[in-house]
Write a protein that binds this ligand. Structure first.
Ligand code: SF4
Length: 95
């Protein structure tokens, strides 16, 4: 998987994507992505597989980190990421 700090494959069919850039008002995905990548000691253009990424997240991110690390993300309040991190720390994530 190639690491990017900005619009990714998931964004490709989004109506907010214009010329490869997210234009959704209030969305600053590049700043969010760069904070997370720095935490994981990764940068734009790196390559990593799923298992390596999962291990970096398990070792480097705790649920309590999300407020600072992912501040501004619209999805954070749904708590999916915090729950996933708790499961990962407990060793109950498959795949
Ligand atoms: S809103 Fe922006 S970050 Fe979200 S899917 Fe669309 S282009 Fe990607």
């Amino acid at each position: 998987m190639k690491i990017v700090d900005g619009a990714d494959d998931i964004c490709q069919t989004c109506p907010h994507l214009k010329a490869g850039v997210c234009t959704r008002p209030g969305e600053n995905i590049q700043a969010l992505d760069r904070r997370v990548l720095a935490r994981l000691s990764l940068k734009q253009g790196d390559f990593a597989d799923w298992f390596e990424l999962r291990e970096r997240v398990r070792a480097g991110v705790r649920p309590g980190d999300l407020a600072g690390l992912c501040g501004g993300c619209r999805w954070r309040s749904l708590n999916f990421c915090a729950e996933g991190l708790e499961q990962l720390a407990a060793g109950s994530q498959d795949g």
